[in-house]
Design a protein around this ligand. Structure first.
Ligand SMILES: Cc1cc2nc3c(=O)[nH]c(=O)nc-3n(C[C@H](O)[C@H](O)[C@H](O)COP(=O)(O)OP(=O)(O)OC[C@H]3O[C@@H](n4cnc5c(N)ncnc54)[C@H](O)[C@@H]3O)c2cc1C
Length: 401
């Protein structure tokens, strides 16, 4: 028996014994689950127990070093753990930007003191993080950002505004890009700073969208304090750290959508049969048949690309430019699939509220709408294509961040 087989047997036995029965068959994903934080309640006592048990094993952050409370697993062992969690269709015990964005970035660029201060509370689900990058007027052209941090004693005073900050009103800390040297060339005068949101001068205001609820907020900073020790990667070196975090974010988004398109063919076929018939045999509409097959082929090609990238990453190297390939293709593929699903559902695909929810068609409409945002957050598809053109294909600069 190989080491990995032995590890699989150990994980399987542990999950069989400990994973709450009520959570089996209820898989979440990286966007749907327990976000943790000072204000985060639990959906049920079993969700709370599930988190506590997984924290004890370090399996909320399986590959992070054990000295910070992580699981210390290799990537191959983590893949085994994830596949065993999927086998029982268990939800992740904890999700959030701490685990997928700021944590991996601190492991790469943080000082030892920063890792010791911030990683354990993320792993235990005690602190929830949000991302303060975008500003009014600074989205794709992020390096034009205006929020200021001025030196003051052993720290900084922050003034300015962030926008589109997902879940800021439910978060405890924010990682922010701020301008520390207004005279320097725009990328050179930026610092990456960690800010406790529970202090005077921080105001979050939810942004309401046409669809009603929204995770977006504006965040205003009026003479807010940050300590010198909360600057990551050194003063005026924030752009390097910011780009590293974006690579983690894009890899995560790409992989999530890869997983979500797995097996999409069966779902699309089911919808097509329901809407168009026949119940068995060849689908009636040749054009839709073609689109479903195309979607299945794209999905398989994408899976092979992911596998290749994951094999290359086994050495533990942080993600590079390939994160843009994952992001642009994963989100665009998912968007095409969602578009096809609402097309197949016909008039039912227009459902927003009401009875069609029970048949799952309402989820189709919402997923379709959400898939538009996925191609924007973390850098738009056009920006990813610019990065691929410049850094993978070696073409002239197109203004990519
Ligand atoms: C669901 C969602 C969640 C988000 N969460 C957060 C968050 O938590 N924190 C945060 O800081 N931000 C967040 N954002 C904001 C996001 O990062 C920005 O929306 C994104 O970077 C694009 O910026 P913009 O909206 O200002 O568009 P713009 O930069 O104004 O772009 C407008 C259009 O022009 C195109 N364009 C711009 N420049 C170029 C170029 N050089 N070449 C080719 N095309 C170009 C873009 O691709 C786009 O189509 C979120 C956005 C979404 C949709």
């Amino acid at each position: 028996m190989s080491d990995l087989d032995g590890f699989r047997a150990e994980v399987r036995a542990w999950l069989e014994e400990h994973a709450p029965i009520s959570l089996r068959g209820r898989p979440g994903d990286i966007f749907h689950g327990h976000w943790g934080g000072r204000r985060g309640g639990f959906e049920s006592p079993d969700h709370e127990r599930w988190l506590r048990l997984m924290v004890e094993r370090g399996w909320t952050a399986p590959t992070w070093p054990t000295e910070y409370g992580g699981g210390g697993l290799s990537r191959a062992q983590d893949a085994v753990l994830q596949s065993e969690l999927r086998r029982l269709r268990l939800p992740p015990p904890l999700i959030g930007f701490g685990l997928v964005m700021i944590g991996p970035t601190l492991l790469e660029y943080g000082t030892e003191a920063q890792k010791r201060e911030h990683l354990p509370p993320i792993i235990r689900g005690e602190i929830r993080w949000c991302q303060g990058y975008s500003e009014p007027g600074s989205g794709s052209d992020l390096a034009s950002l205006q929020m200021r941090a001025e030196k003051n004693g052993d720290g900084y005073v922050l003034n300015g505004q962030k926008i589109w900050t997902s879940y800021a009103d439910e978060s405890d800390w924010i990682f922010c890009l701020v301008r520390t040297d207004p005279a320097a060339k725009k990328q050179s005068g930026i610092s990456f700073v960690l800010v406790d949101m529970d202090q005077p001068g921080v105001t979050t205001r939810p942004i309401k969208l046409i669809s009603g609820a929204s995770p977006f907020c504006e965040v205003f900073f009026d003479d807010v304090k940050a300590l010198a020790r909360d600057v990551v990667g050194g003063e005026n070196n924030g752009w390097t750290v910011a780009k590293a975090l974006l690579r983690h974010e894009r890899t995560m988004v790409g992989e999530v959508f890869a997983r979500s398109v797995m097996g999409a063919e069966a779902e699309l076929l089911g919808l097509a049969r329901e809407a168009l018939g026949p119940a068995e045999g060849t689908l009636a509409d040749p054009l839709l048949r073609d689109r479903i097959v195309q979607s299945a082929m794209d999905e398989r090609a994408f899976m092979l690309t992911i596998q290749r990238i994951q094999d290359a990453a086994k050495t533990g190297q942080p993600p590079g430019t390939e994160s843009s390939i994952l992001k642009v293709y994963g989100t665009e593929l998912n968007q095409r699939r969602r578009e096809l699903a609402v097309t197949l559902a016909g008039a039912d695909g227009l459902g927003w509220e009401g009875e069609s929810y029970a048949s799952g068609h309402l989820a189709l409409t919402r997923d379709w709408l959400r898939s538009r945002g996925n191609t924007i957050e973390g850098g738009t598809s056009e920006i990813q294509l610019n990065i691929i053109a410049k850094h993978v294909l070696g073409l002239p600069d197109g203004g990519a961040r």
